[in-house]
Design a protein around this ligand. Structure first.
Ligand code: AVJ
Length: 332
């Protein structure tokens, strides 16, 4: 008897290099439901993971080169300044596992520094990652480098032949700051489970609290690149759920919430807005906001406490001379 496979209700996403925005199908139904729930919330919210469509990833790259955006170059400076001490704490050789590996640029520096034997990059965008891992292999022959598609907030399955021992989870870029403390703790526990055999560890980048004006400028730069990055989330959401946000009608807002120790980014309606999507919509009053991002700035002791609660031991931290940013190593 012939077997007929039912066509999926919604086609899969195109590869990240696809340039035809119009041809992109909507996101899968469950994801659309999630996004719409956030838009209908009071106040409205959009997850920061939706910043990173192709244009958003390019804008973020541009942000990392802005004079005001200190985290990327400060992290590089910490790694350069303390390279020997870090290599000694982590130990040479071993397996480097990077959730959200993206371009693998940082992985190349670390794997070279450590003389790692294996690298496993994990990213939602598996196709883009494949290319980056291929370039990493070319740059470091002898490194067994793999790409694994997956969401870091869910349990990740690694290929069976990745060695169990000496696994180092590498989570640079202070991306942990996008998670509120309970979610950060849950993520650190996932990472602990991933590395937990003999001599496992974590090397993670943490952006520390600092002068308000420095923080503020880093998230509201003079050239307006962060503002474009923030507004671009609406164009991405339009393609994912078929909505009709007008990004130009929304103003970028970024400020430090001292009580919560986090930068908050919002989009504020320039005037009254009526936004529609298939099956629904919402109106926004003038100045009404959509919350798009939190970027927590953990004081080092508070972060070390989270690490301990996630099961990590013997933390060691290295910072730049201004004490703006820390690379932290801990054992499983
Ligand atoms: C990629 C989450 C680390 O919070 O600094 C940069 C994202 N948002 N400018 C950060 C971001 C606005 C970035 N992380």
């Amino acid at each position: 008897m012939p077997v007929t496979l039912a066509a999926p209700a919604v086609a899969a996403s195109p590869p990240p290099w696809s340039t035809s925005a119009a041809a992109q199908p909507l996101a899968p139904a469950d994801e659309r439901v999630q996004i719409i729930a956030g838009l209908l919330d009071q106040p409205a919210r959009i997850s920061p993971k939706y910043f990173y469509d192709e244009r958003g990833s390019q804008l973020f790259e541009a942000i990392t080169r802005l004079p005001e955006y200190y985290p990327t170059r400060t992290e590089q400076a910490v790694l350069r300044r303390h390279a020997r001490a870090i290599a000694q704490a982590v130990g040479r050789g071993g397996v480097v596992i990077e959730p959200g590996a993206g371009s693998c640029d940082k992985a190349r520096v670390l794997c070279r520094l450590l003389g790692a034997t294996h690298f496993v990059g994990v990213d939602i965008s598996a196709d883009y990652l494949e290319g980056a891992v291929a370039r990493l292999r070319a740059a470091l022959p002898g490194l067994d480098a793999r790409a694994v598609g997956g969401d870091i907030t869910a349990a990740i399955e690694l290929p069976g032949d990745v060695p169990q021992d000496r696994r180092l989870v590498f989570y640079p870029g202070s991306s942990i700051g996008n998670f509120d403390p309970p979610a950060a703790l849950a993520l650190l526990r996932q990472m602990h489970a991933l590395a937990r055999r003999e001599r496992g560890g974590l090397l993670i980048g943490i952006d520390l609290p600092k002068d308000l004006a420095v923080l503020q400028a880093a998230y509201d730069d003079a050239a307006g690149v962060t503002a474009q990055f923030n507004r671009n989330i609406l164009a991405h959401v339009n393609r994912l759920i078929g909505s009709d946000f007008e990004p130009g009608q929304w103003r970028h807002e970024a400020f430090f919430n001292t009580a919560a120790s986090r930068i908050e980014m919002h989009l504020a309606a320039c005037g009254p807005q009526q936004v529609r999507w298939p099956g629904g919509g919402r109106s926004f009053a003038a100045h009404e906001r959509i919350h798009t991002e939190n970027s927590y700035k953990y004081p080092l002791p508070a972060f070390l406490d989270l690490l301990t609660r996630a099961g990590f031991r013997q933390p060691q931290a290295w910072t730049d001379e201004r004490g703006w940013y820390a690379l932290v190593h801990a054992r499983t």
